[in-house]
Write a protein that binds this ligand. Structure first.
Ligand SMILES: [Zn+2]
Length: 92
């Protein structure tokens, strides 16, 4: 299974490869090969679903993410102003 996600290790957006047996899932960044493991349970599956869901919104903001198609593809995004209203609006 593959998802497009931000790697917390190399800070690139890459294809994250997910391999799992019935107990454990291994997430591997296809750019820097950083891996981490999580139990393969409903929480993890929900997390993957929510990553996929939030990616749709993010792709509108960062159309470059569409260029990520195969493992090894990676992109470094500059954060743009978020369209969401800021909690700190009006305080500064
Ligand atoms: Zn990485």
């Amino acid at each position: 299974m593959q998802i497009i996600d931000l790697c917390t290790h190399c800070h690139h957006w890459t294809i994250t490869v997910i391999e799992h047996d019935s107990k454990e899932a291994t997430f591997t960044c296809s750019h820097c090969q950083n891996t981490f493991k999580m139990p393969w349970d409903t929480d993890t599956r929900f997390l993957i679903r929510s990553i996929r869901h939030s990616l749709k919104k993010r792709t509108k903001q960062y159309p470059e993410l569409k260029t990520l198609k195969a493992p090894g593809d990676h992109i470094l995004l500059e954060e743009r102003a978020a369209p969401e209203p800021s909690l700190f609006k009006g305080k500064y």
